[in-house]
Every structure is written in structure tokens, then in C-alpha cells.
Design a protein around this ligand. Structure first.
Ligand code: C2E
Ligand code: MG
Ligand code: MG
Ligand code: MG
Length: 279
């Protein structure tokens, strides 16, 4: 692909940039409005114990359907929320919704776990851990029911506030998980020193498992690492039977992916739990 420095190409390029920028500003404005009015919701993707094939919990995933924009993927709007200083209100709004819902269905949920994604920027809020803990208590839930997923990049902030939050969350009984492991900035040191309970192997390796030997080696070694450190191993992005069988073979503990279950509404998730608890 050759780059042409003709004025025409340049004009087209800047126009595209401008419209991109304008589009982002529109998204941010609408997002701010919808966060304020609690108009975002969430789906839950079940997680399965690969030894027993039983559902052990689920991951909460943000969903946003804006009146004007239609559905927008979290992969798109979460980074924008982070840039625009909206991630903390977004996390707070989502957690409140999930905690209210969870407290209404404690009978079904209490023996399972719920994973919640948090942003690195949430951990930079000095009162984050305290606030989450308080709101758990208000809703008569227990921290042990919840796993907080932190993407590897957040470990990059070797920051006192982040470390205090992590320490506090760990101390109060929340489980901590490193999301998208293998593609970010995490180091072995972080893995051991931070209070990690779980490691989620990035989908990139899981999806490429059957295609490339290098992905097999990496996956298998990440599972081994978990076993050695006594950390729960989770594989996400399981899309076919053969990948599932391979991961079971390697004694990966928990699986998540379209081949098992797709993300679903909280109501459907409760129905599924009800069915499987009756089995
Ligand atoms: P993530 O936390 O790594 O979540 C896993 C993503 O992979 C989800 O995409 C899920 O729907 C998708 N997925 C699960 N199984 C499969 C599979 O078998 N195949 C494929 N192709 N995809 C699969 P989703 O819901 O679009 O979320 C994308 C990302 O957005 C998340 O990645 C997470 O980084 C972020 N995100 C979602 N919800 C939240 C949230 O509440 N807070 C924050 N901070 N970030 C969130
Ligand atoms: Mg996640
Ligand atoms: Mg992930
Ligand atoms: Mg991800």
C-alpha cells in the first residue's frame, strides 16, 4: 500500500479523521446522557467447570443500545468512556444494577460466582474498594460471590492507589482475576505479588489453539503456571468441540465461549441456573 502525498489523498485522510473525531464526540455525549439515566444494561455469559461440566457462575458484560446509535459494542464505548472520564460513573451504575438484581435472586445466585470487569482507571479512584465493599453490604451480598476482572494493562500502573485498592479488595474477600492474560504487560512478579485468584487466558490463544503450535504451547504453559501458583485457570473464547476437549485434556479449570454459552439476558441466565440446579 503506497502512500500518496497528493493533496487529494491528504484531504480525504483529514476528512476521515475529522468525521471520526466528530463521531466519537457524539458517542461520548450520548453515552454520558445514558449513563446518567441508567440506560445501559448487561448480559451474562455462563462459565463452566471443565471437570464437572457444571455452570459455576457467569461474567457480566455491558450492553448499550442507544436510541440514536443503535447497539454499540463495549469494545468501542468502554475505551471512549475511559478517555472521557466516564468510566467510573459507568462502573458505579453497572455495579449498582447488578447488586440490586443479585440481591433479589440470592437464593439462586449465592452458590455461584459473578465476574465483573473493572477498568484500570477505577483502581485509580482512592475510594473504589471501599465503595464497592459498602454497596455489597448494603445489598446484603458477600464479596466472596464476586470476582473482579482486571485487564493486564492495569497492572502497568505500579501506583500506590491501585495497590491499596487491590490489597483492600483482596482483604475484604473479593476474588481478583487477570483478564486477557498473555497479550498485555503483566509480569510473573505482578502475578505473584498481586493478590490474584484467577487468570483468564486471552481468547487469541484459545481461538488459535488448533491452528498454531505456538498457541498450544502458550496455552498449556499458562494452565501449568496456574496449577503451580494455585490460581484458577479460565479459558475464554472456546468456539468448538475440539478446543474444548483439548482444554479439558490439559486440565484447564473453567471454560467460557460461544460453544458453551453465549452471553444472555439476566432473566435467561436465572432460568438456566434453575434448570441446571434441578439436574
Ligand atoms: P472481556 O472482558 O475479555 O470479555 C470477553 C468478550 O469476549 C466479550 O465481548 C464476550 O462476549 C466475548 N466472547 C465470549 N466468548 C466468545 C467466543 O467464543 N467467541 C468470540 N468471538 N467472542 C467471545 P464483549 O461483551 O463484546 O466485551 C468486549 C470487552 O469489553 C470485554 O472483554 C471487556 O474488556 C469490555 N467490557 C465489557 N463489559 C465491561 C464492563 O462492564 N466494564 C468494563 N470496564 N469493560 C467491559
Ligand atoms: Mg472480562
Ligand atoms: Mg478477556
Ligand atoms: Mg477483552
Amino acid at each position: 500500500n503506497s502512500v500518496t502525498f497528493s493533496s487529494g489523498t491528504w484531504a480525504a485522510f483529514t476528512d476521515e479523521l475529522k468525521s471520526d473525531h466528530a463521531q466519537q464526540l457524539t458517542i461520548i455525549t450520548l453515552l454520558r446522557e445514558d449513563i446518567r439515566n441508567g440506560r445501559l444494561h448487561y448480559h451474562i455469559q455462563p462459565q463452566v467447570c471443565l471437570r464437572t461440566n457444571k455452570i459455576i457462575g457467569g461474567e457480566v458484560l455491558l450492553r448499550w443500545h442507544n436510541e440514536q446509535l443503535g447497539p454499540v459494542s463495549p469494545a468501542e464505548f468502554v475505551p471512549l468512556a475511559e478517555q472521557a472520564g466516564l468510566i467510573y460513573p459507568l462502573t458505579e451504575m453497572l455495579f449498582e444494577k447488578v447488586f440490586v438484581w443479585a440481591s433479589q435472586h440470592q437464593d439462586l445466585l449465592k452458590t455461584t460466582s459473578l465476574s465483573l470487569n473493572i477498568s484500570a482507571l477505577d483502581l485509580l479512584q482512592a475510594d473504589f474498594a471501599q465503595k464497592v465493599y459498602n454497596s455489597i453490604n448494603v445489598h446484603q451480598l458477600t464479596p466472596e460471590q464476586f470476582t473482579l476482572e482486571i485487564t493486564e494493562t492495569s497492572m502497568f500502573h505500579n501506583n500506590d492507589i491501585v495497590n491499596n485498592n487491590v490489597e483492600e479488595l483482596h482483604k475484604t474477600g473479593f476474588k481478583l482475576s487477570i483478564d486477557d492474560f498473555g497479550i498485555g504487560y503483566s509480569s510473573m512478579l505482578n502475578l505473584v505479588t498481586l493478590k490474584t485468584n484467577e487468570l483468564k487466558i486471552d481468547q487469541f490463544f484459545v481461538m488459535g489453539l488448533l491452528k498454531q503450535k505456538s498457541n498450544q504451547y502458550l496455552c498449556q504453559n499458562m494452565i501449568h503456571l496456574c496449577q503451580q501458583l494455585n490460581i484458577t485457570s479460565v479459558a475464554e473464547g472456546i468456539e468448538d468441540q475440539q478446543t474444548l476437549a483439548t482444554l479439558k485434556d490439559w486440565q484447564c479449570e473453567i471454560g467460557q465461549g460461544y460453544f458453551l454459552y453465549k452471553p444472555m439476558s439476566p432473566d435467561d441466565y436465572l432460568l438456566l441456573l434453575q434448570e441446571t440446579l434441578c439436574e
